[in-house]
Structures are given as structure tokens and as C-alpha cells.
Design a protein around this ligand. Structure first.
Ligand code: CND
Ligand code: ZN
Ligand code: ZN
Length: 376
């Protein structure tokens, strides 16, 4: 390609600091170094985790930063030593990398590769530097991905090659929302056929939990949300009932206990609120109920609960990216989507041109969108 080995000037949305809109700027993207890949992003989704950073909920974030972690694109060029990718390949960036060598990568039960940047937020690639500059300033990367830009650079272990027929404007959701929710049900929760599930929070990730519970054969899937507008879509995706805590005087875990003969088999927290996490735990059945934390709480929040809840046999688990081993599993999820094992196009309620990114965040904050996919 004409651009190989040279810096690329392109548009990106910069987050200069918390509590301000993103600003569309011209940036310079350096060529990929050894074992790195430069990608032209084609479509990127807006996830609540990006909004958490913008709202200042993640206190150790480094600014300025290019956010975005749910996307699909095409390889523009590769650095030295990259053998599994070439220019023109369709790819999905991975916010949980897979190095294949660390303790977690070698453990079949774990997917949180040591090379991840979640919770550390160093905001750099593995060589400890950034490939982005704007107005003479270095701009940080975000959780190994940074997709709110026309071009990004990622480490080879943080990008997966996908099927050449994959529609990028849809499968971008496999980069986070869909896979995180779906995997939380089928991998982390290991939902069993005939079971009863409760899903707290019916956004893009929560609805993907609903899809996972349904594929796993759950017989009851109860959606819980403060916004009644989310219920129609939840039922389309497989929720058998939906309830709004505002409609009840009783605490929601007592309502669920009455509905389910003392509690659900699986409860999923997909809001990012520690009070809701405790409610989810309380809604699960003693002796056998399992609660899965999917939501990202503010960095200073603490969850409190009576340990007797655990002593009496409830399980509390959690995972990032639905427990998937990203580099291995993302290509398979894309094939499963192409082969119609599941359907999630309905999660995309809005498409906007990239320049309207702030409008996309407003739609999410007002509860009007599920997923907005930005197109370049
Ligand atoms: P989104 O904001 O679309 O959905 C959250 C839903 O929760 C909305 O429908 C709200 O109305 C609802 N809600 C808010 N408060 C309550 C409450 N008290 N009780 C019940 N429902 C409530 O968010 P999303 O679907 O994009 O993301 C959901 C969470 O998942 C969020 O915390 C995000 O940061 C997290 C997440 C986790 C991971 C991971 O790897 N584990 C990856 N991406 C996002
Ligand atoms: Zn996400
Ligand atoms: Zn690893």
C-alpha cells in the first residue's frame, strides 16, 4: 500500500479529559512497529464502558486518550514479524489480548491474558509507547484497542483475523457487546437447559446475555430494568418476562424469589452498579444459585453483602469479554454468526457517521439506543 511504512494523517475522536464531549481532530498515526498491526477501522460501536471513562468513573485513566473498544476493520499494514495477518484482511481488535504464553492464556479456564491493559490503563502498546499524536501531544491508547479513529495500531496479540465474508458493520459487536454478554451466559455462567435466569440491565450487553441464556436452553429468562422501553426488544431476543423495580414496593430480590420458587438459578448484573450486584446475588437461590458480574463499576465503588449468602451455597463469579479466549474464539464467533447460530443485528438501533459520535453517546445516556454503530 502507498501508506506502508509512513505515518497516516486521519480523523479521530479525542477524549482530552473527563466530563467533556469528544473532540474530532486530525491526528497522526505512526506505522506499526515489530509485531504490531495498523488497521483501518470500518465500523465501531459505542459501549457503556467508553462512557464510564468519559464520565470520570475510572479514576486512574490517562488522558488524552482515544477510546473505543468494539470495532471491525481491515489491515492496512503490518510490522516486522507479523505472520498471521496481511494487508486487506478483515479483523476485529481485541480489548482482552491473547499472548498464548502467560499463566492465564495457558489455563483453559481463564481468558484474562497478563498483557491486558484493563484496570491498569497504562494507555500504551506493549513496547510502552503510543502510536498517536495530535497537535504535538502524545495521545494514549485505550485497553489495547482505541477504535474511535480512522486508523489505529494494535499489538499482534490484540487483533483477530475474521472470515472474508463477515459484514463489518454488524460483526463489530463481536468485539465487545455481543461476545461479552453471550459468553457471560454460556462460558462464565454455564447456563443449563431448563434453568431460570434473571438479567439485570437490558442494554447491548444485557440483551446479549439474554441471547446466550436462550441458546443455552434456559426455560425462564427474566429481564430487569428501570427503563420499560427496553422490554419489547428483550422479549424479541428471548426474555420470557420483564420487570421494573420501580413498579414494586418490595425489594426486587424478594419479587424475584416470589416469582421463582425462592430464587433464580443464574443472576447476571449487567449495569455496573454495586447495589444491583448485591440484589443479583440476593436473587439467586440458596444452595445452588450462581451470580455473574458483567457490569463495570466505578473504580472507587465497593460491593457489600452478608457473607452468609455465600456460606449457604451461592456462587459469585465474573469475567471480562464473556470468558472468551479472544484470538482463538473471535474468528469462531464470527463464523457462528455467518452460519446463523445466533442473531444480534437487532441490537444495532442506530447508525451514525463517525463525526456524530457525541450524538451517539447522548442516545446511550438518554436510554434511547441499544447499540449505535459509527461508520467511517
Ligand atoms: P447500557 O447502558 O446500554 O445498559 C445498561 C442498562 O441498565 C440500561 O438499559 C439501564 O436502563 C439499566 N439500568 C440502569 N440502572 C439500573 C438498575 N438500577 N437496575 C436495573 N437496570 C438498570 O450498557 P451496556 O449494555 O453497553 O453495558 C452494560 C455494562 O457492561 C456496563 O457496566 C459496561 O461498562 C459493562 C461492560 C462490561 C464488559 C466486560 O468485559 N465485562 C465489556 N463491556 C461493557
Ligand atoms: Zn464494552
Ligand atoms: Zn497471555
Amino acid at each position: 500500500m502507498a501508506t506502508t511504512g509512513k505515518p497516516i494523517k486521519c480523523k479521530a475522536a479525542i477524549c482530552w479529559g473527563p466530563n467533556q464531549p469528544l473532540s474530532i481532530e486530525e491526528i497522526e498515526v505512526a506505522p506499526p512497529k515489530c509485531r504490531e498491526v495498523r488497521i483501518k477501522i470500518v465500523a465501531t460501536g459505542i459501549c457503556r464502558s467508553d462512557d464510564h471513562v468519559m464520565s470520570g468513573a475510572i479514576s486512574d485513566m490517562k488522558f488524552p486518550v482515544i477510546l473505543g473498544h468494539e470495532a471491525a476493520g481491515i489491515v492496512e499494514s503490518v510490522g516486522e514479524g507479523v505472520t498471521d495477518l496481511k494487508p486487506g484482511d478483515k479483523v476485529i481488535p481485541l480489548f482482552v489480548p491473547q499472548c498464548g504464553k502467560c499463566r492465564c492464556c495457558l489455563n483453559p479456564e481463564s481468558n484474562l491474558c497478563y498483557k491486558n491493559d484493563i484496570g491498569k490503563y497504562n494507555g500504551v502498546l506493549l513496547d510502552n509507547t503510543s502510536r498517536f499524536t495530535c497537535k504535538g501531544k502524545v495521545i494514549h491508547h485505550f485497553i489495547s484497542t482505541s477504535t474511535f479513529t480512522e486508523y489505529t495500531v494494535v499489538d499482534e496479540i490484540a487483533v483477530a483475523k475474521i472470515h472474508k465474508d463477515a459484514p463489518l458493520d454488524k460483526v463489530c459487536l463481536i468485539g465487545c457487546g455481543f461476545s461479552t454478554g453471550y459468553g457471560s451466559a454460556v462460558n462464565t455462567g454455564k447456563v443449563k437447559p431448563g434453568s431460570t435466569c434473571a438479567v439485570f440491565g437490558l442494554g447491548g450487553v444485557g440483551l446479549s446475555v439474554v441471547i446466550g441464556c436462550k441458546v443455552a436452553g434456559a426455560s425462564r429468562i427474566i429481564g430487569v430494568d428501570l427503563n420499560n422501553d427496553k422490554f419489547a426488544k428483550a422479549k424479541e431476543f428471548g426474555a420470557t418476562e420483564c420487570i421494573n423495580p420501580k413498579d414494586y414496593k418490595l425489594p426486587i430480590h424478594e419479587v424475584l424469589a416470589q416469582m421463582t420458587n425462592d430464587g433464580v438459578d443464574y443472576a447476571f448484573e449487567v449495569v455496573g452498579n454495586t447495589t444491583v450486584m448485591t440484589s443479583a446475588l440476593q436473587s439467586s437461590h440458596f444452595g445452588c444459585g450462581k451470580t455473574v458480574i458483567v457490569g463495570l463499576a466505578p473504580s472507587t465503588a465497593k460491593m457489600t453483602f452478608d457473607p452468609l449468602l455465600i456460606l449457604t451455597g451461592r456462587m459469585l463469579v465474573g469475567a471480562v469479554f464473556g470468558g472468551w479466549k479472544s484470538k482463538d474464539d473471535v474468528p469462531k464467533l464470527v463464523c457462528d454468526y455467518i452460519n446463523k447460530k445466533f442473531e444480534f443485528d437487532g441490537l444495532i438501533t442506530h447508525n451514525l457517521p463517525f463525526d456524530k459520535i457525541n450524538e451517539g453517546f447522548e442516545l446511550l445516556r438518554k436510554g434511547e439506543s441499544i447499540r449505535t454503530v459509527l461508520m467511517f
